[in-house]
Design a binder for this molecule. Structure first.
Ligand SMILES: Nc1ncnc2c1ncn2[C@@H]1O[C@H](COP(=O)(O)OP(=O)(O)OP(=O)(O)O)[C@@H](O)[C@H]1O
Ligand SMILES: [Mg+2]
Length: 226
């Protein structure tokens, strides 16, 4: 098996050197293989979001290293990290949608730098919205949608770039049962098509689709279930 992402003794300290210092991750080493589905679980504050941010090259570790396709990201420039992030799709815990953009624009603005035309982007957004059960929300703004609908728009945005890996932070936390089941089906289908999935969740239905579940507690990796 080929390793896609790896952390070696990664520690992340927020506000270092102050009285409010937090060791959000403590000496975490793990591998994510190409095409696999791994999940992180653990109590609130255990470091799940922080670990996803480090794996997604959104943040840099305080100690240790993160490798993407065998390459140590430590010495990479911000421009290089941006290039690497384009291979990834992110589903954030707080959705991170842009309020001034319509739903279809939110889904496809990351494709503008890749030269996709407006018509192509609109078509792609409509097809993803259909798949995610939101065909009539194309022209709405994020604030006109429920939390669960916003979450699905953020999922559509992550899928739009056909990433090699999707990182999803608690992807069902704002969904009702029916929407969660639908979303899990979308994740499963994406995984079956070969995309690597890295998830954080408390939801047993999400954990059930993972081949490997890493358990975090107070920033430490305490168990790995396969
Ligand atoms: N930007 C930040 N500045 C300071 N402390 C932070 C920051 N981000 C996270 N932390 C702290 O780091 C620890 C880990 O946070 P993290 O968000 O990774 O946990 P989590 O497992 O995702 O929790 P939840 O299940 O509530 O989303 C927590 O104690 C949190 O308060
Ligand atoms: Mg979190």
């Amino acid at each position: 098996m080929t390793v896609l992402l790896e952390t070696q003794n990664v520690t992340k300290i927020h506000r270092p050197g102050t009285r409010a210092e937090v060791r959000a991750l403590d000496d975490v080493s793990l591998c994510v293989e190409v095409g696999s589905c791994v999940a992180f679980t653990g109590p609130s504050g255990s470091g799940k979001t922080t670990l996803l941010a480090l794996l997604g090259a959104l943040e840099r570790p305080s100690h240790g290293q993160v490798l993407f396709q065998g390459r140590d990201l430590r010495s990479d420039s911000d421009a290089e990290l941006t290039r690497i992030r384009r291979k990834m799709g992110f589903i954030f815990q707080d959705f991170a949608l842009i309020p001034s953009l319509a739903v279809w624009e939110n889904i496809t603005y990351p494709l503008i730098p890749r030269g996709m035309s407006t018509v192509e982007r609109l078509k792609l957004a409509q097809s993803l919205l259909g798949e995610l059960g939101l065909p009539d929300k194309t022209y709405e703004r994020p604030y006109e949608l429920s939390g669960g609908e916003q979450q699905r728009v953020s999922i559509a945005r992550a899928l739009a770039g056909r990433p090699e890996v999707i990182l999803a932070d608690e992807p069902t936390s704002n969904l009702d049962d029916a929407a969660a089941v639908e979303l899990i089906a979308v994740l499963k289908k994406t995984h079956a098509a070969g995309t690597t999935l890295i998830l954080s969740s408390h939801d047993p239905r999400v954990l059930a689709i993972a081949e490997t579940v890493h358990r975090l507690k107070s920033g430490r990796l305490v168990a790995t279930d396969r």
